[in-house]
Design a protein around this ligand. Structure first.
Ligand SMILES: Nc1ncnc2c1ncn2[C@@H]1O[C@H](COP(=O)(O)OP(=O)(O)OP(=O)(O)O)[C@@H](O)[C@H]1O
Ligand SMILES: [Mg+2]
Length: 507
């Protein structure tokens, strides 16, 4: 075993009780060495983000101490944490969307992006980004950047502030495979410079690849700690969940029927006015899962938005059960027994300030079953519905009245997925359905999608996770630069072939 550097960060008996009484952490001892990448694992709601927020000064612990470089530290504010060299890249980005990357990186520093120090700052940032191998278009608006690029901005923002300890909360959940490779290279380079990182992920292979040591949280307690060299995915899953997790999904042969969704010659413009979807045609049949693989940013988002009525196509047809829907709104489409799991749940799927109960009927408020006499919502019925979802999907939340923002990232996701799958829809569009979900919850959602298909419904899965597409789909289409490069039955679409197609290579 390699010898570890000196301790740069330590916590002693950290507890956190949120104002609503939720106990998120129970006596957590954690330590981090110089030059170490320390993985933090745990189920959705285990307390990973809460601990990270305490270390980075966003939250105060209820009790317990934090030590930085051997000294007891009072981190009352992110600025104080940054002074101590501790910075966090958030699970859900905190960038200002209509500012440029450059403006975002400088935000909160005393350099004015249009002032005297700006060109020096620009040089420094460019040098940093070259150093660690993370390129960004500094003058692009954040809202026009792909998620991977947004994350590079967040990372540069921290590096520009000279952090020594970097907390990365699910940094790879929206990265493509090549972007993940680049991020890992950057992390290794930072390690060589003697910096340390706390690395949070639900992807067990990643944790084994990049981490030196791994700490597992379970219900707010440390349930185990292990050297990565001595760990494997099975052991880690068991440490997280407290029992063995079976990973193999049983898939019955499909019995595909008539098409339920027919897309022909669809053209959709992106935010910059360019054609992001360039004449795509395909059909999803009942009793079948059609999977669209592809590196993110190749038109999948725009396709998803056009299919769900939030972006009007500039050409082509979308038919659902024979009905032309390309000019219908999102709400109108939902009335046709459709489940829509959007890629960007926090922008499109949830209203964070509203309660879980309100969110559990979002887009379905008009349905009779949630109404009393007249037009008023019957709150008792809405809460009942929410409580049922909470129970059957094991959503971790105090109750239906809690605000959505009080849930962990993965549990927010479960609210959207449960809402969209629960009413037995005829057609489901699932974009990145398991992003941010722990191994057990991902498995559960995948089983549900298969069940939906087995009951004769049509399912379209759009996912950047190649394993997920290969595992679930009966038919696979690969999207590249706005086009479906090739479509074929899963038996004919090998991992190698799909991988090549994702890179634009047609053999
Ligand atoms: N603002 C809040 N108010 C009340 N409870 C909260 C709040 N934020 C988080 N919690 C609760 O604290 C617990 C830990 O949440 P946390 O976000 O730390 O989990 P996590 O391990 O990061 O999960 P995930 O993998 O889903 O991101 C959960 O039970 C969550 O519901
Ligand atoms: Mg989290």
């Amino acid at each position: 075993m390699q010898s570890r550097g000196e301790e740069v960060l330590k916590t002693a008996a950290i507890t956190k009780i949120y104002p609503d009484g939720t106990q998120a952490l129970r006596g957590v001892d954690f330590d981090l060495a110089r030059g170490e990448v320390h993985g933090l694992l745990g189920e959705n709601g285990a307390g990973k983000t809460t601990l990270s927020k305490i270390l980075s000064g966003i939250l105060r612990p209820t009790s317990g101490d934090v030590f930085v470089n051997g000294k007891k530290a009072e981190v009352r504010h992110p600025k104080e944490a940054l002074k101590l060299g501790v910075g966090m890249v958030h699970q859900h980005f905190t960038l200002v969307r209509n500012f440029t990357a450059f403006e975002n990186i400088l935000l909160g520093t005393d350099v004015n992006p249009k002032g005297a120090g700006a060109s020096k700052a620009r040089q420094e940032i460019l040098a940093l980004s070259k150093d660690v191998g993370l390129g960004v278009e500094l003058d692009a608006k954040v809202e026009d950047l792909a998620l991977g690029a947004q994350q590079r901005v967040e990372l540069l923002k921290m590096l520009y502030r000279k952090v020594q300890i970097l907390i990365l909360d699910e940094p790879t959940s929206s990265l493509t495979a090549p972007e993940t490779v680049d991020l890992f290279k950057a992390v290794r380079r930072l390690k060589e410079e003697g910096k340390s990182a706390i690395f949070i992920t639900h992807k067990l292979n990643e944790v084994l690849e990049i981490c030196d040591r791994i700490t597992v949280l379970r219900h707010g307690e440390v349930s185990g700690r292990i050297e990565a060299a001595n760990a494997d995915t099975k052991t880690l899953a068991r440490m997280m969940v407290g029992r063995d997790v079976v990973f193999d999904l049983v898939k019955e042969p499909s019995h595909a029927g008539d098409p339920i969704l027919e897309v022909s010659d669809l053209v959709v413009r992106g935010n910059r006015g360019e054609d992001a979807v360039k004449g795509v045609s395909f059909a999803v049949r009942r009793g079948e899962i059609f999977g669209i693989a592809g590196v993110e940013g190749n038109g999948q988002t725009e396709l998803e938005e056009a299919l769900s009525g939030v972006r009007r196509p500039s050409r082509g047809k979308i038919k659902l059960g024979g009905l032309e829907i390309s000019s219908l709104s999102n709400n109108e489409i939902r009335k046709h027994s459709v489940g829509l799991i959007p890629e960007d749940r926090r922008q499109m799927g949830l209203i964070l300030d509203m309660s879980v109960a309100e969110n559990s009927i979002l887009g379905r408020e008009w349905e009779r079953r949630f109404r009393g006499q007249g037009i008023a919502l019957a709150w008792a019925k809405v809460k009942d519905h929410a409580s049922r979802l909470i129970r059957s999907f094991e959503i971790l939340v105090k109750g239906p009245d809690s605000p959505a923002k009080s849930m962990s990232g993965g549990n927010q996701q479960k609210v959207v997925v449960s809402r969209e799958l629960t009413d037995d829809p005829d057609f489901v569009l699932a974009a990145q359905p398991t992003r941010g979900l722990d191994v057990a919850a991902s498995d559960y959602i995948r089983r549900l999608l298969l069940k939906t298909r087995d009951s004769g419904k049509g399912v379209l899965v759009i996912s950047a996770d190649l394993d997920e597409v290969l595992q679930l789909s009966d038919v696979i289409g690969v999207m590249y630069e706005g086009k479906l490069l090739e479509v074929g039955p899963t038996e004919k679409m090998t991992r190698h072939k799909v991988g090549m197609l994702m890179g634009g290579v047609k053999e």
